[in-house]
Design a protein around this ligand. Structure first.
Ligand SMILES: Cc1cc2nc3c(=O)[nH]c(=O)nc-3n(C[C@H](O)[C@H](O)[C@H](O)COP(=O)(O)O)c2cc1C
Length: 209
């Protein structure tokens, strides 16, 4: 399959085969892809929760408007943002860059100051909104990697993030949930899998100048 065929193959899976569990190497690919996702300034104000616990998945369903794909998925990926993003996080980013690239503080220092100045003027809400944008980039990246790897997935905004945060005790980890991505293998009787894609004609959605 070429990439377009793979993107045609993917769909928002509504029913996974709950007897099929994704092997660890597939989960490793997705966690690496998560970490390789580009973020604004490279700051990665995000975290990925990998849930592989049927009881927990079942308990989350009522807080996802009863959407059963959360329960019958092999794994549920929960894309989170940092609740509070601080100037120490910016220091940690530049310290990591020094460690990995061996860049000197002389070179880093003006960037460190510039970024801290930018973030010092942002409200908590503004920082969270920016982090949420990064979460959506992650979602797109993971969905594409799933398609390439033959993993079925369902992107989901339809859940009560506050309830998820409570159940998963995310506050104590300084996290807030943003997006869900149940993953696994489609059930043979998921009627959605055979439906044609509903998309506008290319000429209506792409403007070439
Ligand atoms: C950000 C986002 C949130 C979505 N939330 C849900 C959801 O809560 N439940 C669901 O079943 N599908 C959800 N979808 C799936 C879309 O309805 C689906 O991707 C769209 O109709 C296009 O269909 P396709 O992905 O099968 O091509 C979501 C998709 C995106 C991108």
């Amino acid at each position: 399959m070429n990439i377009i065929e793979k993107l045609q193959w993917r769909y928002a899976c509504k029913k996974f085969d709950d007897t099929k569990i994704l092997p660890d190497n597939k989960i490793d690919i997705l966690t690496e892809a998560f970490n390789l996702t580009a973020t604004s300034f490279g700051l990665q104000p995000i975290k990925l929760l990998v849930i592989n616990n049927k009881t927990l998945q079942q308990n989350l369903v009522p807080h996802a408007f009863g959407q059963q794909q959360v329960a019958n998925a092999s794994h549920v990926l929960l894309i989170c943002i940092q609740d509070y993003f601080t100037l120490e996080d910016i220091d940690a980013y530049f310290d990591l860059e020094k460690e990995i690239r061996g860049t000197s503080e002389d070179i880093i220092s003006p960037y460190r100051k510039q970024l801290k100045d930018i973030f010092a003027n942002k409200s908590t809400i503004e920082k969270q909104e920016s982090a949420i944008n990064q979460a959506y980039i992650v979602l797109g990246n993971l969905m594409t990697v799933c398609a390439l790897e033959g993993i079925d997935a369902c992107p989901m905004e339809g859940f009560n993030a506050q309830k998820f945060d409570e159940i998963l005790e995310l506050k104590k980890h300084n996290l807030k949930s943003v997006l869900l991505l149940p993953i696994g293998i489609r059930a043979a009787d998921d009627f959605m899998s055979t439906l044609k894609k509903v998309r506008k004609p290319i000429d209506d959605i792409v403007i070439k100048l």
